[in-house]
Design a protein. Structure first.
Length: 407
């Protein structure tokens, strides 16, 4: 099987991804970051009455069109405790922010624009206009209005709106379920004591964090040794957990000790493609096991993370109805880059800003795919398309952001 270009591999993967249609009804407290499955209608009108926008006095505007009007205060309207009477000619009602505007009143005089006189009298010191400082009934929304549409990602502003619309729970799409299987006799969990030929298995935690960040639920099936029966058992566990995506880490190539691909094929996987024209990350396996997507990521940590960004993140975004984060931008090179070969390169790099405020990018000298320390220090990846020509310092080049950069 020949090496696939990255863009073609991404397109083929996403062409088989169908957004999840299962719907859950969750409490408002549990909806942050979830995606609405249905349009959301307001169950009441907000505000439900004409309300005061300020502390002051509710009155008839015609009675206070000019400064110096003297009015008698006949009552009070506070939030939750409205004035039940009628405001007549020459009268005013003390009112507070959010309180119902009493019948007969059509404007609010600010409290600082009223001079208190003896008894219950006030004198206006500023002209009042019709409707001044009144929030009309239904100004925000009316019962039956669709204020939030299906497909909306719920955040703190939209949760607040949903609550104001009198919804205690929301219909949201189920999150994608991702089962992660790390394979290899050489792996030991963090905190363990590796043997003479072993290393710490770190990939699971980075891939799990990437999956959760895009809104997926993660099922960690742990480290599985290079044993067909144990890999088969892990596949069965992923299926029992109804995983939408199974991610394997390592062992997807075809070496004597790489058993993942052959074991998945024996379990019924349809292999779509493997081997991508990219560096790092060439030995990527993509297939399906029934309706479950199978993504075999390389064992080298950096290769695994780069493939996770390029393939797992967009796949989960599509499945979970989430907007796919656009990580691509450009920056000026701090040093020349040589011409590229037939594989698309992703070079770990750091960012800075030049005096003009433009992004300036500089690749690290060492790019070995096992070196996570450099990856953790990187702000971005310089993207070098196949057969890209040499570039001089100062020229623009495409970069893939790993995280926001302030600079």
């Amino acid at each position: 099987m020949s090496l696939l270009p990255v863009e073609e591999a991404q397109a083929r993967l996403l062409s088989t991804a169908r957004p999840i249609v299962d719907v859950e009804h969750l409490s408002l407290h549990d909806c942050d970051g979830r995606v609405l499955a249905d349009d959301l209608e307001a169950r009441l009108t907000q505000p439900p009455f004409d309300a005061s926008a300020m502390d002051g006095y509710a009155l008839k505007a015609v009675n206070a069109a000019e400064p110096g009007a003297v009015l008698r205060v006949v009552g009070e309207s506070a939030a939750g405790h409205g004035f039940a009477g009628l405001v007549g000619e020459g009268e005013a009602v003390r009112i507070f922010t959010g309180a119902p505007v009493p019948a007969g009143a059509d404007a609010v005089l600010l409290q600082e624009d009223a001079e208190k006189l003896d008894g219950d009298l006030i004198r206006t010191t500023f002209p009042v206009t019709l409707g001044r400082h009144i929030r009309p009934r239904g100004q925000d929304f009316r019962q039956g209005d669709v204020a939030l549409n299906a497909g909306t990602v719920v955040d703190f502003t939209r949760i607040t709106l949903a609550a104001a619309m009198n919804h205690a729970s929301l219909p949201v799409y189920r999150r994608p379920r991702v089962a992660i299987i790390a394979t290899g006799d050489e792996l030991v969990s963090p905190g363990g004591q590796p043997g003479p030929s072993q290393i710490i298995g770190s990939n699971t935690f980075g891939i799990a964090a990437l999956a959760r960040a895009i809104g997926a639920d993660v099922i960690d099936l742990g480290i599985v040794t290079d044993d067909r029966a144990k890999i088969t058992h892990a596949i069965a566990q992923a299926q029992m957990a109804r995983a939408d995506v199974v991610v394997t880490l390592g062992g997807a190539s075809v070496g004597d000790h790489d058993l993942v691909q052959s074991t998945f094929l024996a379990a019924g996987m349809r292999l779509d493609f493997w081997k991508i024209a990219m560096r790092p990350g060439k030995p990527l396996m993509v297939g399906s096991l029934g309706s479950t997507h199978v993504l075999g990521l390389p064992g080298n940590p950096v290769s695994s993370m780069v493939c996770g960004l390029l393939f797992l993140e967009p796949l989960l975004a599509r499945l979970g109805h989430q907007p796919y984060p656009d990580r691509m931008t450009t920056a000026r090179l701090a040093a020349p880059l040589a011409a590229n070969d037939r594989r698309q390169d992703y070079l770990r790099a750091r960012l800075s800003r030049n005096p003009a405020g433009e992004l300036r990018v500089e690749s690290f000298g060492k790019q070995d795919s096992s070196m996570m320390n450099i990856f953790a220090q990187s702000d971005c990846l310089i993207v070098r398309p196949p057969y890209a020509p040499a570039l001089d310092a100062g020229e623009f080049c495409p970069i893939l952001m790993l995280r926001p950069f302030i600079g």
